[in-house]
Every structure is written in C-alpha cells, then in structure tokens.
Design a binder for this molecule. Structure first.
Ligand code: 5GP
Ligand code: ZN
Length: 116
C-alpha cells in the first residue's frame, strides 16, 4: 500500500525501533508510547483493520496474538500487559494497517473501561 505508514516501516522506507521480525509479522516500538512498554505487532500483509479480516486471515491473527505474550515477556512484561486493537472510526483507529498495541508497565495500568 503506497500511502501506508506501517507498510513503509515494513519496507524500511521510514525508520522504526523494530523489536521482532519474522516472515509473517513484525513488532516495533510505538513512536508516542502510552507507558514504559508500548509496541505494535503488525502483519506483513496490508489489512486495513479488523473489520476487513476474513477466514483466510485466521492464521495470521492467531499468530499475532500468540506473539504478544512472547515479545511482551522479552520486553520485561513479566506480570501482565494490555492488548488493544482499535478498529475503525468508532474505535479511534488512526493508522489503517491492522495492529495490536501491547502496553506494559511495572505498575497496574489505569482502568480503561469505565462502567456506570
Ligand atoms: P491507532 O490509534 O491506529 O490504534 O494507533 C496508531 C499508533 O501508531 C499510535 O499509538 C501512534 O503513536 C503510532 N504511530 C503512528 N505513526 C507512527 C510511526 O511513524 N512510527 C511508529 N513507531 N509509531 C507510529
Ligand atoms: Zn500497510
């Protein structure tokens, strides 16, 4: 995808602090971290968001989810972390290349879902 910032990171056209790479996915630190650990896992194929995912993406979705704890532990998250996938306008998605946020800290993260 020509104008996709994450595709550009994938193809080394713009720099990023990559922390993991394999044939299907990469992970790199978020440029504007929300916590001491904040990285993104993205697939090598350009899928705009979770809404566009189909049965054929089952394997890469599962793989990305299993990579989350593996890389999180390597990054020092030994006592848990948060995973977020923002989807579409309502989900507040800003970059339209599917990504999982992994956010970690030594302290408990702030409550994200507030109920009435
Ligand atoms: P979204 O709101 O789409 O779920 O999150 C996009 C994330 O990508 C944001 O947390 C933002 O800080 C991060 N981001 C946007 N542009 C870049 C970039 O050029 N490099 C890196 N490393 N992260 C980026
Ligand atoms: Zn892309």
């Amino acid at each position: 995808m020509d104008n996709c910032i994450f595709c550009k990171i994938l193809h080394n056209e713009i720099p990023a602090q990559k922390i993991y790479e394999d044939e299907d996915a990469i992970a790199f630190n978020d440029i504007n971290p929300a916590a001491p650990v904040h990285f993104l896992i993205i697939p090598r194929i350009h899928i705009p968001s979770l809404i566009e995912c189909e049965k054929t993406h089952q394997q890469i979705l599962g793989k990305m989810l299993l990579l989350a704890p593996e890389i999180a532990k390597e990054q020092g998250c030994t006592d848990g972390f948060r995973t977020i996938i923002n989807t579409g306008r309502v989900g507040g998605q800003e970059v339209f290349h599917l990504h999982i946020h992994i956010i970690g800290s030594k302290d408990r993260l702030p409550t994200m879902i507030h109920k009435n």
